[in-house]
Design a protein around this ligand. Structure first.
Ligand code: KDG
Ligand code: MG
Length: 401
């Protein structure tokens, strides 16, 4: 007889930062887990799952992953969007975890087997100044990283993306506020990369995240100005809502472009991919509908020579990293995986079999996605409301963070 889902619950915990985890249990005694973390809006996804999705899961056959996906996507009527797609992703990954455990196989085997043995990853070298950022870059290189994202404080600005300077904003229970001046940044960024390339030498891949802050022509200028430093990618040069903007950027620079950590469906990525406006698609398992949907995005991307570069910030739980590495190991057009180290307390709650060695991430061989979740340990780290920063131009205008 087919197995059935007997229980599903949402656990919110904060081992160093907030994570939302969906746990699904089956009559055959299998447990699957899925990440449902949407940074800064965690409780919205938790409620979506607990109130609207969990009741529909009980009694279903866990093997029917595609059917569950369609049921939750089409059945919601209100499609797409980060909350819906993160909730669907959590169910999808938990069901893939269960299916792979039922088969006694690591997930990548069910996805077609290994296309590669290890996944190139990039770490984050940040610094308040160019000198600090470049020193961090050298430390990463010494640890074996072959690809390194570099972000540095811009002189004259207090708190910018990637650099955790103190916040001048009065209320610590509300979002911290950064400040931003595009002209200063555009003058500064080439100097950062000149120094970085000089210290890193030609072989280290350098990456940079402009975090949605530039207007189309500013993005084109930046891409052009960074060409001499041979970046692996320049990420989120403009906000992704206006994809027309990227046509202009593309016409003016050959610096490779990566976009998509905030995208949730194949429809959001469609023009970016089919018009070859980007080189790397950043959509990831947790925010883009799980393995089932991300595979559709990656397959479309493969047709157009676009490779994956899945988001892997520390606010995505180790469950997502486990799933992303099995995914990356199997697909033909893997590009690179972002690797941001989780807070040490996360190790008390999540155990994982993936590992970093020599600049690459290696997925494990244990059945499922290779991540376990200790609910008793999670209870020791209660949820604490937290926000992403916001950003203002120096005249006070609210800007993109
Ligand atoms: O929750 C948002 C962060 O994950 C994001 O700001 C990090 O831009 C980011 C990146 O590239 O990792
Ligand atoms: Mg980013």
């Amino acid at each position: 007889m087919a197995d059935r889902i007997t229980a599903a619950r949402v656990v919110i915990c904060s081992p160093g930062r907030n994570f939302v985890t969906l746990v699904i249990e089956t009559a055959d005694g299998l447990t699957g887990i899925g990440d449902a973390t949407l940074n800064g809006r965690e409780l919205a996804v938790a409620a979506y799952l607990q109130e609207h999705v969990v009741p529909c899961l009980i009694g279903r056959d866990p093997a029917r992953i595609e059917d569950a996906w369609q049921y939750l996507y089409r059945g919601a009527y209100w499609r797409r969007g980060p909350v819906t797609m993160t909730a669907i992703a959590a169910v999808d990954v938990a069901l893939w975890d269960i299916k792979a455990k039922a088969a006694g196989m690591p997930l990548y085997q069910l996805l077609g087997g290994a296309s590669r043995e290890r996944m190139l990853c990039y770490g984050h070298a940040d610094g308040a100044t160019i000198a600090e950022a470049v020193d961090a870059l050298v430390r990463y290189a010494e640890e074996g990283y072959r690809a390194i994202r570099i972000q540095a404080g811009v002189p004259g600005l207090n708190r910018i993306y990637g650099v955790h300077a103190p916040d001048a904003h009065a209320d610590p229970t509300l979002p911290a506020e950064g400040d931003w001046d595009t002209a200063k940044y555009l003058r500064f960024a080439p100097k950062l990369f000149e120094a970085a390339r000089l210290r890193a030498g030609p072989d280290i891949h350098l990456l940079h995240d402009a975090h949605h802050r530039l207007l189309p022509n500013e993005a084109a200028q930046l891409g052009k100005a960074l060409e001499p430093y041979d970046l692996f990618w320049l990420e989120d040069v403009t906000p992704v809502e206006n994809q027309e903007a990227l046509r202009h950027v593309r016409r003016h620079t050959t610096t490779p472009l990566a976009i998509g950590e905030v995208l949730n469906t194949i429809y959001d990525c469609q023009a970016l991919i089919t018009e070859q406006l980007i080189d790397y698609i950043r959509a990831t398992v947790v925010h883009a509908g799980g393995i089932t949907h991300l595979r559709r995005i990656a397959d479309l991307a493969a047709l157009y020579g676009v490779r994956t570069g899945c988001h892997g910030a520390a606010d995505l739980s180790p469950v997502t990293m486990g799933a992303a590495l099995h995914f990356g190991r199997a697909i033909p057009n893997f590009g690179i995986q972002e690797y941001s180290i989780h807070p040490p307390e996360a190790r008390e709650v999540f155990q994982w079999d993936w590992r970093f060695a020599d600049g690459y991430l290696h997925s494990g061989e244990s059945p499922g996605i290779g991540v376990t979740f200790d609910e008793a340990a999670a209870a020791r780290f209660p949820y604490a409301r937290a926000y992403l920063d916001v950003n203002r131009l120096t005249d006070g205008t609210l800007w993109n963070w």
